[in-house]
Design a binder for this molecule. Structure first.
Ligand code: SAM
Ligand code: DTB
Ligand code: SF4
Length: 360
C-alpha cells in the first residue's frame, strides 16, 4: 500500500478522534472518496462452523466455556452444510463467507483438514472465503492459502494495555504473531476490534495505533460494538453510543485509507440513520446473516432495503484482489510439519472474569 502512512502516534489519532464532529466527518468522507467508491458496500456472511465450548477467558465472548451463557454449542459443521449456507448467502448478495470457530488455536488433524475442504468448496463457488479460527502457525496459514483462502480474520480487539484487562489466557504478541504468519502468504489480513468494553478514548486510539502501524495495513478492519451477553464478565457494560461508533469509523478511515471498514457486531442497536452516518464516515462493509456467531444481527432483507434506500451497490467478489487459485497438486508440500507452536499463557488474574466463572 504505497503512500499510506504507517507511523501514526496516539497523539495524532486522539487529535483526529476529538475533532469537532462536522470536521471529522468531512475529512473522513474525503479520504473515503479518494480511495473507494462511496456508493459500494461489501457484504460478508458469518457462519459459525464450530460454536461454544471454548477454552479461553475472553471477557466479551459468550462462547467461552467457563462463563454461564445460554448459547447452543455445536461441533464442527459438515462440508455439505457449509456449502448449502454459502450458496444461500451468495443468492442474497454476499460476496464473502466468513467461517468462525470457537477455538483458541488451530490444531492439525481431521478437523483442520475438514476446514481446508470447506475453504476449497466455497472458493469454487466463486466467493471470497474468510476464516477466523484463532491462532495459526505459518504452516497452517500456507495450507489455508493453498486451499484458496482469501482472508483471515484475527482481531487485535483492544489496545495492548486494555487487552490485559479482558483476556488472561493468551497474550497480545500471539495475536500479532498470527497476523504476521498470515502475512507471509497471499491471504489478506482482516483485523479490527471491539468498542464498548469499558475502555477509554486513549485505549481506542492505542488499538488504532496497533492496527495502523502494521505494514501493510490490514485489507479489512471490523469495528465491533460490544454485544453485552448475560453471563459474560462484560454483561453490564452500557451499549456504545452511536456518536462513538461514528467517531471510531471516521478515525479508522483517516488512518487506514485503503482498508475496507466493516460494521460488525452491534448493528441491531443502531438505527438506519446511525448506520448511514457510519457509511458516510467511511464504513464500506457489513457482516450480514440472520445471526452473527451466536447473537442476533439485522434481518438480511432489512439490510437489502437499507442499501437500496442509501443507494449502496453490492461489491462483487474479487473486486479488490484476484481469486486465489486452489493449488491441489502441491498440497502435499504443505502437509503438517509437526510444528510445536509456542503460544503463551499469561498468568495475571482478571477479577471480573473469575467472578463470572464462579457465578453459576
Ligand atoms: N476464536 C477465534 C478468535 O478469538 O480469534 C475466532 C472467533 S471470535 C468469536 C472472533 C471475534 O468476535 C473476536 O475477536 C471479537 O472481536 C468478536 N466478538 C466475540 N464476542 C463478541 C461480542 N460479544 N461483542 C462484539 N464482538 C465480539
Ligand atoms: C468480527 O470482528 N466480528 C464477528 C467476526 N469477526 C467473526 C463476530 C462477532 C461476534 C459477536 C458475538 C456473537 O455473535 O457471538
Ligand atoms: Fe474463544 Fe474466540 Fe470467544 Fe475468545 S473470542 S472465547 S478465543 S471463541
Amino acid at each position: 500500500m504505497s503512500g499510506t502512512k504507517h507511523n501514526w502516534t496516539k497523539e495524532d489519532i486522539l487529535g483526529i478522534y476529538n475533532k469537532p464532529l462536522m470536521e471529522l466527518l468531512y475529512e473522513a468522507a474525503i479520504v473515503h472518496r479518494l480511495n473507494h467508491d462511496p456508493n459500494v458496500v461489501q457484504v460478508s456472511t458469518l457462519l459459525s462452523i464450530k460454536t461454544g465450548g471454548c477454552s479461553e477467558d475472553c471477557g466479551y465472548c459468550p462462547q467461552a466455556a467457563r462463563y454461564h451463557t445460554n448459547i447452543e454449542g455445536n461441533d464442527l459443521m459438515s462440508v455439505q452444510q457449509v456449502k448449502a449456507q454459502a450458496l444461500r448467502a451468495k443468492a442474497r448478495g454476499s460476496s464473502r463467507v466468513c467461517m468462525g470457530a470457537a477455538w483458541r488455536n488451530v490444531k492439525d488433524g481431521v478437523e483442520f483438514d475438514a476446514v481446508l475442504e470447506m475453504v476449497r468448496t466455497i472458493n469454487k463457488l466463486d466467493m471470497e472465503v474468510c476464516c477466523t479460527l484463532g491462532m495459526i502457525t505459518e504452516n497452517q496459514a500456507q495450507r489455508l492459502a493453498e486451499a484458496g483462502l482469501y482472508a483471515y480474520n484475527h482481531n487485535l480487539d483492544a489496545s495492548e494495555a486494555y487487552y490485559k484487562k479482558i483476556i488472561s489466557t493468551r497474550g497480545y504478541q500471539d495475536r500479532l504473531d498470527t497476523i504476521a504468519n498470515v502475512r507471509k502468504t497471499n491471504v489478506t489480513v482482516c483485523s479490527g476490534g471491539i468498542i464498548g468494553m469499558g475502555e477509554n478514548i486513549e485505549d481506542r486510539a492505542g488499538m488504532l495505533v496497533a492496527l495502523s502501524t502494521l505494514n501493510p495495513q490490514p485489507e479489512s478492519t471490523p469495528i465491533n460494538a460490544l454485544v453485552a451477553v448475560e453471563g459474560t464478565p462484560l454483561e453490564d457494560e452500557k451499549p456504545v453510543s452511536i456518536w462513538d461508533m461514528i467517531r471510531m469509523v471516521a478515525t479508522t478511515r483517516i488512518v487506514m485509507p485503503k482498508t475496507q471498514i466493516r460494521l460488525s457486531a452491534g448493528r441491531t442497536q443502531m438505527s438506519r440513520e446511525g448506520q448511514a452516518m457510519c457509511f458516510f464516515a467511511g464504513a464500506n462493509s457489513v457482516f450480514a446473516g440472520d445471526k452473527l456467531l451466536t447473537t442476533p444481527n439485522p434481518d438480511v432483507n432489512e439490510d437489502i432495503e437499507m442499501f437500496e434506500l442509501l443507494g449502496l451497490n453490492l461489491q462483487k467478489p474479487f473486486t479488490k484482489k484476484d481469486q486465489p487459485q486452489t493449488v491441489e497438486a502441491q498440497a502435499s508440500q504443505f502437509k503438517s510439519l509437526g510444528e510445536k507452536p509456542k503460544w503463551t499463557r499469561p498468568t495475571h488474574k482478571i477479577e471480573r472474569n473469575e467472578r463470572a466463572n464462579k457465578k453459576g
